[in-house]
Design a protein around this ligand. Structure first.
Ligand code: NDP
Ligand code: OXD
Length: 308
């Protein structure tokens, strides 16, 4: 029997236990799933980076660590982890991100804030059509591409930026440092869906923010360190940027005295853009265990060197 350790915060267990057991049964896997084992007995670790498990040394027979988060920046630097590490690409999480991004883009696009602020007077205005509102997505991975597709379907011209060169139907694609300026220069709304790595930290800083057109808006559901906070606040205060909606922060929960809470041009959401959904994520975990047992390549393997 395969032994799988669930190493995440205890409050996650009631939702994950039935979902994982159902997915293992569906995949025809005979798995003993528990929150405690003698470390040397464990075949797979189903893992969240905020778990108490931080030393992987005693897990000598573990074949893979299967992350239930999409982001892996809190674990890629762990030197005790020598086993393959897989990140989460969950259809439920992806759909949640598409919904969060689309909702907040439409808030900006339709100027819903203006409607809410003019409930005491008849003051008609005509928002542009989607096709007149260029959007850029930094990061064209699982989430960036899903959001790009949805925004394209509404009619927005979408550009994207990634590390490697891409050709994606309907999208203008840029890559590497050389492509960043072009990716930003016409973007009225910028969406950050990059991982947090040494190469992506502060990717939006005073210099890159200056490439954006006057009055651009930012959505950051990626990770806090992607933005230089001081440069963002300066651009908002100067009026070169119109607004930012931030779901992720350098310190979470966002400290009570942080300027973002009270800034009139910032909307804070508490890291809720897209949580992993146990029912759909459990099937991804089961598939990776099936692959591990069949000695087939794992899905969504993290490149520890690259950091994502
Ligand atoms: P992926 O690994 O699938 O995609 C990452 C993308 O970023 C890829 O297109 C990659 O380029 C690009 N990238 C990485 N490094 C660079 C670089 N140096 N320069 C340019 N592009 C770069 O990740 P996901 O789409 O699944 O997730 C993205 C991030 O979203 C996660 O890492 C996590 O931080 C965040 N997230 C936030 C959630 C929330 O609730 N707020 C929920 C889930 C995820 P290439 O394609 O060339 O490799
Ligand atoms: C994730 C997240 O990385 O929730 O999965 O941010």
């Amino acid at each position: 029997m395969i032994k799988a350790l669930f190493a995440a915060r205890p409050e996650r267990w009631p939702a994950y236990e039935p979902a994982l057991k159902a997915a293992f049964a569906e995949a025809g896997l005979d798995v003993d799933l528990r929150t405690e084992f003698a470390p040397e007995e464990v075949d797979y670790i189903i893992y969240a980076p905020n778990s108490d498990l931080q030393d992987f040394t005693p897990y000598t027979r573990c074949k893979a660590v299967l992350n239930i988060w999409a982001g892996v920046e809190k674990i890629t630097g762990n030197q005790t982890l020598t086993q393959p590490l897989c990140r989460m690409v969950d259809p439920g999480l992806t759909q949640a991100m598409v919904e969060w991004v689309t909702g907040h883009v439409l808030r900006y696009h339709l100027d819903i804030d203006r409607t809410l602020a003019t409930q005491d007077r008849w003051e008609p205005f005509v928002p542009p059509l989607a096709e007149e509102r260029p959007i850029t997505i930094l990061g064209l991975g699982a989430l960036g591409q899903a959001c790009a597709k949805s925004l394209r379907q509404i009619g927005f011209p979408v550009s994207g930026w990634s590390r490697t060169q891409k050709q994606i139907d309907g999208l203008t694609c840029y890559h590497r440092d050389a492509g960043l300026k072009d990716a930003l220069s016409s973007a009225e709304i910028v969406i950050l869906l990059l991982p947090d790595t040494p190469d992506t930290q502060n990717i939006l800083n005073a210099e890159s923010l200056a490439h954006l057109p006057q009055g651009a808006r930012i959505l950051n559901p990626g990770r806090g360190p992607l933005i230089d906070d001081a440069a963002l606040i300066e651009a908002l205060d100067k009026g070169t940027l119109a607004h930012a909606t931030l779901d992720v922060f350098r310190v979470e929960p966002l400290p009570a005295d942080h300027r973002f809470w009270t800034h009139p041009k910032v909307t804070v959401t508490p890291h809720i853009a897209a949580e992993t959904r146990p029912l759909t994520a459990a099937r991804v975990i089961a598939e990776n265990i099936r692959r591990g047992e069949a000695q087939a390549p794992f899905l969504h393997l993290v490149d520890r060197q690259r950091g994502y």
